[in-house]
Design a protein. Structure first.
Lengths: 523, 523
């Protein structure tokens, strides 16, 4: 396999030469919309009609996919090759959802088996909690679950919990409500614990390394609250960590579930990191359906024809927009209140994976890599930042997500249409408004159009659709990392802050700027 | 007064010629940090030491402030001039907080008096709710308040509510809890109303125009829920609107409070739009302290010396970063869990105000205007998108906010320091890491530094500090709009979507692309 910087490829030169066609637009009609649809897993479809990308561009993007060996690299990853080069690690989050490549062995252990057996263990644990067989230290059944974790141990699981909360509640599958403690700001754990009956609360402590400063501080904070309430912390906390972490094999927890170094934090929602709390709240069956949707998406991502592989096509169109059209940001805009925190997860997934300035060998690259990613749910965003998206001086590609049906099936017709219809009518209108714009002699009311978007749509946001959606973006980010020749699986950029924080806390930083900022902040 | 496009000014040419110095860095030491501090209202300070801006740049920025007559334009705005040119409206949100200019008359009415009298009315109303004198249709006291509104009627009030929730609760000032319904997605009102005892709930219906589609749909949704619960909707809903709206003067509401066309949605948190729900939840006194902090900030923003005017300096440094250094985005990063949704409000405030491609006369401008704004609280962001901020290929200026003390004063020492100390140690470390970077022979562990940030800091996030913070950003955005010669107070970019939505809902759009997207989305 060849690992080549993007600007050293033949297809990139061809892409650059296509730039003049970028302004071409119009032609967005029903026929084009029908022809630009790619089936996804979980009943979803990806539609790129509003990208104004023609067949010439698609052909060169296909060449790029071939030249950068994107599918081969994905296969190598599935087979357990060391794709996280800097840290010398495999990258195995796909394996959490099912086997697509060879058996992956490490120190004589089949890791697919390991992940499956951990899932079986935490599924059984979750059932005991849900049935009330396992209860807190005063014998009361658990009614609340609180995850203590930060970054990948927080954003993904939180987004998924919110995404399925209404769906599960309206189907009688919800047994526990969940909350999340992440920030080292003491107001976070203080407010969350104050709002709960701790007798009925089980905490999920999540830190792969077992040394995450914020999470350990919050664990002790919570333990202290439990003790003050006359409860036995050991009967209210379950741990999710790696087998080599200081938290592992500690009988002081209710139970412990394991992941390993081959599951990156931002890719860990499919593991016990997301699985324990989601299985307790909504049942192991719900979490299983989510994993199946993701696994199905992983399978489809193996397709070599880029017009039939939604994650691959989305990735390549994103490279075109980022590197040739030089758009600096991407907006993630779900028309679904349930996905209110999904953009925050995508923000981590994308920006932490591909916000890099060196290639997988540590050599600086000479082109733009990952964009800024941000977003809020529509219709809320329409009344907020869409002004800039329509009429700002920068163009921001838009990633829409929507579903034909609501989750709670509780709606009311007002002036001839239910709210769900209004929601999706707004989205249809926005896609067309962004693409086509509108002429007006008053330039303040003029819309330039030519603002590209894609649409992922399905019938309803159920667990399988959610798994498909999550895997789509994970795989998109992976493919883009391959195109840019990055290691998308480390995060060296977070290390310097950790080192300097320790210096500040030690009281002898040896840097008078650090000390002065400390003083300003009351240290 | 002259209204000149930025690229036609003499000082802009000088700024461009300074660009070569942009790379200069180092020199961030205690002395510089002390010298780069600007006092703000509410006990806050603005520190720009980590911007690596030298005296030469500051001098040219001061010239720019003079040449674009920024303070004079602010004074004209305060005096009631028609600054929202496209819509022919005054811009009077400052007047909600106190009088700084001449008396502003409109149709013979003193608007300062009008705003004050409305505030007195809703303060008295809030006291009646808080004391239980006013109760719901079954005689039970109100314990919950739910705002129904979208955009400026949602994001600002919601951010402010969250910002003061813990502060008020731990001081015994919180009497009602609040929730918010904004999205036309039916799952939003369905889930919020399902989680409340409607007997004890008062709704605040907020729409200035009285015709906001999402808000009217959600009003009827809520009325239906109230009726189904055997309650009288008229005794559970209070309206905030303009006197000319279809919602005005309707005896079917508990009461109605008024704003007018001179209070833009994203600037309306200081009016009844934010005031009714905040006064009910935390008391009119708390809301009054918030307004005083904002008024004090408005006063300081009149200062002509840019090194003594935090909002003005922040605005000018932002123009330097946006137009000369060509940074496409800004991150808002509060090290305070209470400010978790403040970045979403700033996103609207900034992107809807200055995301424009024409000047105040409707002529296209030839330079970049408002940036993309995004953010999440630290330390959460550190474990998410900071990778890109440290080591990505684009530079993103950072706007930090922090406080020496937590709000709940409930903390625990772990490994030698309480969480609040860890929180702020992290921030001190980040500022220095972003500014200074770190060399390393392993380029994957190399931090280029030179990534500019500013810091707003104070003792505690109390109502006055929050008012100061809000006004700071409002005034920063206003000054930037003046520099760019924009009308920061309209939002024509949201209109096209509304028109096309109506077409879709009418069932005869006359555009087959619109119809096809409608079909995909289940319409």
């Amino acid at each position: 396999m060849r690992y080549t910087d993007l600007d050293k490829t033949e297809s990139y030169k061809k892409l650059l030469s296509l730039k003049e066609n970028a302004a071409a637009r119009g032609g967005l009609d029903a026929a084009r919309i029908r022809s630009c649809s790619v089936p996804m897993a979980g009943g979803l479809s990806y539609n790129w009609a509003a990208k104004a990308a023609g067949s010439g561009l698609i052909a060169v993007l296909a060449e790029l996919a071939g030249e950068q060996e994107l599918i081969d690299k994905y296969r190598a990853l599935l087979d357990g090759e060391t794709m996280n080069t800097g840290e010398g690690r495999k990258v195995l989050h796909h394996l959490l959802r099912g086997q697509l490549g060879k058996a992956v062995l490490h120190n004589g252990r089949d890791l697919g088996e390991f992940y499956r057996s951990e899932r079986e263990r935490f599924s059984a644990f979750a059932e005991k909690v849900r049935s009330g067989k396992l209860s807190g230290s005063t014998g009361k059944a658990f009614r609340h679950a609180v995850q203590i974790g930060i970054g990948g141990s927080d954003l993904g699981p939180r987004a998924l919990y919110l995404a399925l909360d209404n769906w599960a509640a309206s189907r009688g599958r919800k047994k526990l409500s969940a909350a999340f403690i992440s920030n080292v700001d003491p107001d976070d754990p203080s407010a969350v614990t104050a709002g709960l009956n701790l007798e009925e609360t089980v905490f999920v402590l999540v830190s792969k390394s077992g040394v995450t400063q914020e999470t350990l501080a919050n664990e002790l904070f919570v333990k202290n609250k439990l003790k003050n309430a006359g409860l036995d912390p050991g009967r209210h906390i379950v741990a999710v960590t790696s087998e080599t972490s200081p938290l592992a094999h500690n009988p002081a927890y209710l139970d412990s579930f394991y992941i390993d170094d081959f599951i990156g934090g931002r890719y860990s929602s499919s593991s016990a990191v997301g699985g324990v709390i989601l299985s307790m709240a909504f049942g192991p069956e719900t979490f299983g359906e989510f994993l199946s949707g993701a696994h199905e998406a992983d399978k489809l991502a193996l397709e070599r024809d880029i017009t039939k592989n939604a994650a691959l096509l989305d990735a390549l169109l994103g490279v075109w927009e980022r590197n040739v059209l030089a758009y600096p940001a991407t907006a993630a805009l779900p028309y679904s209140q349930a996905l209110s925190r999904f953009p925050a997860h995508l923000q981590q997934l994308d920006m932490e994976s591909n916000g890099k300035r060196v290639n997988r060998n540590g050599e600086p690259v000479a082109y733009a890599t990952g964009p800024v990613v941000f977003g809020e749910p529509g219709t809320n965003g329409q009344h907020s930042f869409y002004q800039l998206l329509h009429q700002g001086t920068d163009i921001v590609p838009l990633q829409f997500v929507a579903f034909a049906e609501s989750q709670r099936n509780d709606d009311l017709e007002v002036e001839g249409s239910p709210s769900q219809t209004k929601l999706n009518a707004n989205l249809a209108a926005q896609i067309v408004a962004f693409a086509k714009g509108k002429d007006d002699p008053n330039r303040n009311k003029y819309f330039p159009g030519g603002r590209p978007s894609s649409l992922i749509h399905g019938k309803q946001l159920d667990p399988a659709a959610l798994g498909s959606l999550l895997a789509h973006f994970e795989n998109k980010v992976m493919f883009q990392g391959f195109v840019w020749n990055l290691n998308s699986f480390d995060q060296e950029g977070v290390q310097l802050g950790k080192i300097l924080t320790k210096k500040v806390l030690s009281g002898a930083s040896g840097d008078d700027a650090l000390d002065e900022y400390g003083k300003l902040l009351g240290l």
